[in-house]
Design a binder for this molecule. Structure first.
Ligand code: G4P
Length: 275
């Protein structure tokens, strides 16, 4: 992590802007707190990618909350948006003063240099591919795989510096760990699936109870006056998995990822500022 942190710090000097890609389902938990301290020195845009998977209302709330803190933020669905025009425009508008200054000094086609950072699986490769207009980085759902730093050219006067998708070494808040595991940013074998599923069911019961009941065809008696661990046992039975709780847990995790509960955001603005 130190090596990666130093690399980012070094490269900050040669870029105009940082594009920090986060998972829109985890607009806070998928930010790398180690890099956050460094990139705050630079103009940056928080890109809430995978917005197609996240709760639209909470995505808007998060964007507003980041903007109120003075950081530009934008929602993106890199999987389905072919050109990412809004993102390109936002990058230009964030740097409009600098571009104007260069133009006053006779530089007509100021080439913007942007550094892309993001933990594994937030869709960094997908965004880079779309911005460059061709497949330039291997896209895959393999959290933990890092790539070398790499400059890429776009047709929009923006040069992009790719950086390795890195997680920070110690996740101190277990809730953040569960959320990252649920989103697929952390390898499935790191956290026990029942812990992750129980976290998910807890959150979903508190925020989207009707969806949980309808997805699993549950009765009120299944959910009221029961712990979430008991609910997972009940689900195991209902799904016909005998006593294979892990199988039921993995099913819950996949159901979250496959939008069985609809578009869900696991970070709520405000919850991180209370402690
Ligand atoms: P990374 O470089 O940050 O590690 O992420 P990468 O681009 O490899 O994307 C990880 C997974 O997330 C990929 O799915 C990719 O298609 C998906 N993804 C990226 N952006 C979006 C988005 O805006 N919306 C949605 N729904 N998915 C997105 P995969 O399962 O690994 O591959 P595949 O589904 O493309 O075959």
């Amino acid at each position: 992590m130190n090596k990666a942190k130093n690399q980012v710090q070094d490269r900050l000097k040669v870029v105009d802007i940082v594009l920090e890609i986060v998972d829109a389902r985890l607009p806070y938990s998928s930010r790398n707190p180690v890099l956050e301290q460094i990139i705050n020195q630079k103009k940056h845009i928080i890109i809430l990618n995978k917005a197609d998977l996240a709760d639209p209302k909470l995505t808007s709330d998060w964007i507003l909350s980041y903007q109120q803190e003075g950081t530009a933020a934008i929602e993106v669905d890199a999987k389905h948006d072919t050109k990412l025009t809004k993102l390109n425009n936002l990058i230009r508008s964030e740097l409009s003063d600098k571009i104007a200054k260069y133009e006053r000094n006779g530089v007509k086609n100021f080439q913007i240099r942007a550094m892309c950072i993001g933990i594994p699986n937030v869709g960094k490769s997908t965004i880079l591919n779309k911005m460059v207009g061709k497949k330039v980085a291997v896209t895959g759902n393999k959290p933990g795989v890092t790539k070398n730093q790499n400059w890429l050219k776009t047709d929009y006067g923006i040069d992009l510096l790719d950086t390795p998708g890195i997680l920070w070494p110690k996740i101190s808040d277990p809730k953040v760990g569960m959320k990252l595991a649920l989103s697929g940013a952390i390898k499935d074998k790191i956290y026990p699936p029942d812990d992750v599923a129980i976290y998910a069911l807890d959150f979903l019961q508190a925020n989207y109870l009707d969806r949980v009941m309808s997805v699993y065809n549950l009765q009120r008696s299944d959910v009221y006056n029961h712990t979430t661990a008991q609910l997972l046992m009940r689900l195991t039975e209902k799904l016909g998995y005998k006593e294979d709780y892990d199988r039921a847990a993995r099913r819950v995790i996949m159901d979250v990822r496959n939008l069985k509960f609809g578009r869900v955001t696991f970070d709520v603005p405000g919850e991180f500022y209370e402690e």
